[in-house]
Design a protein around this ligand. Structure first.
Ligand code: TK8
Length: 344
């Protein structure tokens, strides 16, 4: 009798354990789907490290979301811990990651119109940037992302890109000859640096520091906060102010994740992305100033201006003309008209 009772208890226990196991595994898919009562987890994949404005602003987003609802939990992963920009975008498309905030450059293989930001020397200051992006034109471009299974909720800021290298000061365009420059994975960047005489190599951001350390590349280009806070002076000697490109960051959420949110959760997430984006732009601009001051004490700095800057601009003009058709002639002209309007 005792034996039957014991076996019965053992059977009940094993049924219970299996049931718990299966409900646990049902959350191992898209965690944002969640189960009734469980928090939906929104993981954010970032390429930059935890010292940067991008990471600090993502913590601001987390704070804004979690103070408004108990149904969502935000986890921020920095330094490419989950994936590099392009892979993270693909994970959003599959629904195996919830949020990523990459530069626009790698996104152009998904939506060519984002290539307007890769046309050099067109956006020249933050007043013009905000006028173009924080209005109808910026909204119209952001809507194009939804064709790729991702939703752009807000414009964040990477910043104005400047050049570093380990070989020599870059005082004229001729100094670029043959210099091995890492670019983002974007054909317009490759074409522009080739037109300026360099020898460009496309590379994911996650491989960049090692490539500079091992001297498989001579230089790279990024905004001052990245150059400073990712510790590039440890592997680069020369800093050249070019401001050749303004790089936005785009706050992207998976369509599959979005579909799994309630209307109220969507409102909270969208408003937090926009509000944290404003925080991000302010912090990014403050940090660009302080990082440049720090970098001037760590690297040999010079600025390209005057006739030399005109030589850089002249060299890339054919690239701008060539890629107008790839991006969409009318869309580029609309962008140029927005810039002209902002300059008045
Ligand atoms: C970080 C990248 C980086 C970008 C680059 O995820 O790749 O150089 O400027 O900031 O998006």
């Amino acid at each position: 009798m005792k034996k039957v009772l014991y076996l019965g208890l053992l059977l009940m226990l094993s049924v219970l354990l299996v049931a718990c196991g299966s409900s646990e595994s049902s959350n191992n898919g898209n965690s944002a789907a969640g189960d009734s009562g469980e928090k939906k987890v929104l993981r954010i994949s970032l390429g930059l490290n935890d010292q940067t404005p991008l990471y600090q602003s993502s913590l601001k987003f987390k704070e804004l979301v979690e103070e408004k609802t108990d149904s969502l939990e935000v986890e921020v992963y920095h330094s490419g811990q989950i994936a590099d920009d392009r892979s993270a975008i693909e994970m959003l498309q599959f629904g195996t990651l919830e949020i990523t905030i990459p530069s626009t450059a790698p996104f152009t293989t998904f939506v060519p119109e984002y290539g307007i930001f890769d046309l050099p020397f067109l956006l020249t200051d933050t007043k013009i940037v905000d006028s173009v992006l924080q209005g109808p034109f910026g909204d119209k471009l952001a809507e194009k992302a939804s064709s790729q299974g991702v939703i752009q909720l807000a414009w964040w800021e990477n910043g104005f890109r400047n050049l570093t290298n380990s070989k020599k000061p870059i005082k004229t365009i001729d100094d670029l000859n043959g210099l091995k420059i890492r670019t983002m994975e974007n054909e317009i960047h490759l074409a522009a640096w080739s037109a300026m005489g360099a020898n460009p190599t496309p590379m994911a951001f996650t491989e960049l520091f090692t490539a500079m350390q091992q001297k498989t590349i001579d230089g790279q280009e990024n905004p001052y906060p990245t150059i400073h806070l990712e510790k590039y002076p440890e592997v680069q000697k020369y800093l050249t102010e070019t401001n050749h490109i303004y790089s936005p960051f785009i706050f992207l959420i998976s369509q599959k994740t979005w579909d799994g949110l309630t209307e109220e959760e969507r409102e909270i997430v969208k408003n937090a992305a926009i509000e944290a984006g404003e925080h991000n732009r302010n912090l990014s601009r403050e940090t660009a100033v302080s990082s440049l001051e720090e970098l001037k004490g760590l690297m040999e700095y010079n600025k390209i201006e005057g006739a030399e800057l005109e030589a850089f601009k002249a060299a890339v003009q054919p690239v701008i003309e060539k890629y107008k058709s790839t991006i969409g002639e009318d869309f580029v002209n609309e962008f140029l008209a927005e810039i002209e309007k902002a300059q008045q």
